[in-house]
Design a protein around this ligand. Structure first.
Ligand code: XMP
Ligand code: MG
Length: 197
């Protein structure tokens, strides 16, 4: 049964959505821009895209298809202990890479840089494995939440320090399938525990 449009939209979220922060068309346009820069910078080299599960699945899928460079894809899942929507920088590997990244041109693909602690940890972990180069492409960054500076060459959008969902980003595993990035109404979130990308 297809009662309305072909994809999930803001009307599916009812009172859970506060506002749409980045509409689908802007996300897709930005991904194409990022892909063009990456293609130019990596010309003649094969890229190993490392997606951080689960939040990066959408940006990985769209970025990979916007690139003309030859790419392989691999995935890591990490979990950072923290309270509720805050990460602590204490990171645990839930799923490691399948590939050996020694002498490869590795580009980490992230959904969001919040405190930067997870990415900082991930970069030093991957750096120790001897890649030919290590770069980062993150769709979103919250400059006001930074606890540590990380050198990120490809950034989609700087956003306010608010909890966001959609386009891979979840709250309690929901809302990842929204094609836009939005903010969640404050009444929806709270609590504490271990947070997985
Ligand atoms: P940091 O940079 O603080 O971020 O180590 C760790 C991970 O937390 C997730 N994260 C979010 N997830 N909405 C989400 O759905 C958000 O606003 C948000 N901020 C951080 C994300 O997985 C990030 O990699
Ligand atoms: Mg998450």
């Amino acid at each position: 049964m297809i009662a309305k449009g072909s994809a999930v939209d803001e009307t599916d979220m009812r009172a859970d959505l506060e506002k749409v922060l980045i509409p689908e068309e802007e996300l897709q346009e930005k991904i194409r821009e990022l892909a063009a820069k990456i293609d130019a910078d990596y010309a003649g080299r094969e890229i190993l895209l490392v997606g951080v599960l689960k939040g990066a699945v959408m940006v990985m899928a769209d970025l990979a298809r916007a690139l003309h460079s030859p790419v392989s894809m691999d995935w890591m899942a990490v979990s950072s202990y923290g309270s509720g929507t805050q990460s602590s920088g204490v990171v645990r590997i839930l799923k490691d890479l399948d590939a050996d990244i020694m002498d490869r041109h590795v580009l980490i693909v992230e959904d969001i840089i919040d405190s930067g602690l997870t990415l900082h940890w991930l970069m030093s972990n991957l750096e120790s494995r001897g890649p030919a180069s290590l770069g980062v492409c993150a769709l979103l960054r919250k400059p006001d939440a930074a606890k540590i500076e990380v050198d990120v060459k490809y950034i989609g959008f700087d956003i306010p320090n608010e909890f966001v969902i959609g386009y891979g980003l979840d709250y309690a595993e929901r809302y990842r399938n929204l094609p836009f990035v939005g903010t969640l109404a404050p009444h929806v979130y709270g609590g504490s525990g271990e947070q997985e990308g």
